[in-house]
Design a binder for this molecule. Structure first.
Ligand code: ASP
Ligand code: MG
Length: 424
C-alpha cells in the first residue's frame, strides 16, 4: 500500500489532471491512496471569499462566481459530454456554498473559514476522481472528514491519531479489497460534531502522512513541480542541487527552519513507523527524486533556507535591570497568546531579542502589550538566513553586502538575521 499526494500545482488545470492519470498508469496493479489538494490557488481564493463574507469587505457573490467558473472551465476540457454527472454534482456543491454565504455568520471567523475553505479539496477530488474513472483508472472517492478526526481548533485542527487509526482500519482498509485506487482530500478533517476543520495551510502533505501512518503504508510520495528536495529554494538561489537522500532528522530540521518543500508536520508520523517519504516530480515521474528515511547519513552539501520580511524585536526592562526568568515567562506568554512563532531568539544581560515573521497586525498588538512592561525596539524588513552544514565559505558568500544584526551558530547550523548594506 502506497500513499500519493498531489498538490495544488499538479492539478491547476486540465493538463495537470490528465497528468495525474498518466502518473497513476505507471503504477498499475498497486494499491494507492491518493490525496489531492485544492486546484491551483483555490485555497487563496476561498480565503478571500471567507473574508468578503465575514467582514463584508467585498462582494462575496462575484468571488464565488469566479471560483465556480475556474472549476467549470477545467471540467469542460475534461468531460466533453454536457450530461456528464460531474456537472450536476458540482452544481449542487456550489449551491451549498451559495447558501453558506447567504446566511449571516453565526460563529467565529476560524469556524466559518474551515467550513468554506475546505470545499476547495472536496471539489478538486470530485473532479479528479471522476476523470480517473473515465480514463479507466477505477477508484473510490472518500470523504476524509469521516476518517481524520480532530478537536475543534479551527484552522489548526489537532488530530486524534487513535480514533483516526480505528476509523481508517474500519472504513478505509476494506476499500482496497475491491479497489486499487482510492481518492481523498488533503488538508481537512472532521470533529465529533461533524463540523469541518482544516489542518493548517499547506496541510495536505500532513494528511498523506497521517493516512500512511494509520494504514502502515509501505511508502509515501509527494508529487511536486521540482525534481525532489533541493538544497535551496530556486526562487532565491540560482544554482540549486537536488538532495538524493535525507535523514528524517535533517528533514525535520530543514522544514522547521522554513524549507517549504514539505509541511513540517509531515515527517514525525512517518518516522514513528519508519515509512520512507519520496519527493518526486510529477513532470518526470520516472526520476529518482529524493528519499527521506531513517539513517545517520549527513548531507554533504550545505542547505540554505532564506526567509524575508522578518522583524527583530528587542525587549529590555524599563529600569535597565537584568532580564530575569520571570520577565522571560511574561514575554513568552505574550508570544504564545498571539500565536507568534519565534524563528530565533537571543538573550543578553539587559535585552532579549526575538526574530519572527512580520505579521503586521499581530506584531503591532504584541509590541503594544510588551510596552506596558518593557522598553521595546524593533527593526523590520530583515532577512533570516539559515544554513545547515555550513562552511565559512558559504557564510562569506551569503553575507557579502549584508549587515548582520544577530548570529547564532551550533555545530551544524548557523542562523543570521541580516539586512542589505545601504550603498553610499
Ligand atoms: N489547499 C491547501 C492550501 O493551499 C492545502 C495544501 O495545498 O496542502 O493550503
Ligand atoms: Mg500545496
Amino acid at each position: 500500500m502506497q500513499v500519493f499526494k498531489f498538490g495544488g500545482a499538479s492539478v491547476k488545470d486540465a493538463e495537470g489532471v490528465k497528468n495525474v492519470a498518466e502518473v497513476l498508469k505507471q503504477f498499475q496493479g498497486s494499491k494507492i491512496c491518493v490525496v489531492v489538494s485544492a486546484m491551483g490557488k483555490t485555497t487563496n481564493s476561498l480565503e478571500r471569499l471567507t473574508k468578503a463574507y465575514f467582514y463584508k469587505a467585498e462582494d462575496a457573490e462575484s468571488l464565488l462566481e469566479g471560483i465556480k467558473k475556474y472549476h467549470f472551465d477545467i471540467c469542460k476540457q475534461l468531460f466533453t459530454l454536457p450530461s456528464h454527472p460531474i456537472y450536476t454534482e458540482l452544481e449542487n456543491t456550489f449551491v451549498e456554498l451559495h447558501w453558506a454565504i447567504e446566511d449571516e455568520p453565526t460563529q467565529g471567523f476560524d469556524f466559518e473559514y474551515d467550513q468554506i475553505v475546505s470545499m476547495g479539496e472536496i471539489i478538486s477530488t470530485k473532479i479528479v476522481s471522476a476523470y480517473l474513472n473515465d480514463a479507466g483508472i477505477k477508484n473510490k472517492w472518500m470523504d476524509v472528514r469521516s476518517l481524520i478526526q480532530t478537536d475543534n481548533t479551527y484552522r489548526e485542527g489537532k488530530v486524534d491519531f487513535d480514533l483516526t487509526e480505528t476509523l481508517v482500519n474500519k472504513e478505509l482498509t476494506p476499500v482496497f479489497d475491491t479497489h486499487d485506487i482510492m481518492v481523498t482530500q488533503g488538508f481537512i478533517g472532521g470533529t465529533s460534531e461533524n463540523f469541518t476543520t482544516t489542518l493548517g495551510r499547506e496541510g495536505s502533505d500532513y494528511t498523506a502522512s497521517i493516512l500512511a501512518y494509520c494504514l502502515t503504508a509501505s511508502n509515501v510520495t509527494i508529487w511536486k513541480d521540482v525534481p525532489g528536495v533541493l538544497n535551496a529554494d530556486p526562487k532565491w538561489f540560482a544554482r540549486t542541487k537536488k538532495i538524493d537522500e535525507l535523514s528524517y532528522h535533517d528533514a525535520i530540521e530543514l522544514t522547521y527552519y522554513g524549507a517549504t518543500v514539505i509541511h513540517p508536520k509531515t515527517i514525525k508520523p512517518l518516522q514513528n513507523k519508519n515509512i520512507p517519504l519520496y519527493v518526486k516530480s510529477f513532470l518526470e515521474p520516472k526520476g529518482e527524486g529524493t528519499v527521506i528515511r531513517d539513517g545517520e547519513k549527513r548531507l554533504n552539501i550545505p542547505s540554505y533556507i532564506f526567509k524575508v520580511d522578518q522583524v527583530l524585536v528587542s525587549i529590555q526592562p524599563k529600569d535597565f535591570s537584568f532580564i530575569a526568568e520571570d520577565n522571560l515567562s511574561d514575554i513568552f506568554e505574550l508570544f504564545s497568546k498571539h500565536a507568534i512563532k519565534i524563528n530565533l531568539m537571543q538573550l543578553s544581560a539587559i535585552s532579549f531579542s526575538v526574530c519572527c515573521d512580520h505579521d503586521a497586525d499581530k506584531i503591532k498588538t504584541l509590541v503594544e502589550e510588551l510596552q506596558e512592561q518593557f522598553k521595546v525596539l524593533y527593526n523590520s524588513g530583515l532577512e533570516l538566513m539559515t544554513v545547515r552544514y555550513y562552511t565559512q565559505d558559504t557564510i562569506d558568500t551569503l553575507t557579502a553586502n549584508k549587515i548582520i544584526l544577530l548570529e547564532q551558530r551550533s555545530r551544524f547550523t548557523v542562523q543570521m538575521v541580516m539586512k542589505n548594506e545601504i550603498a553610499e
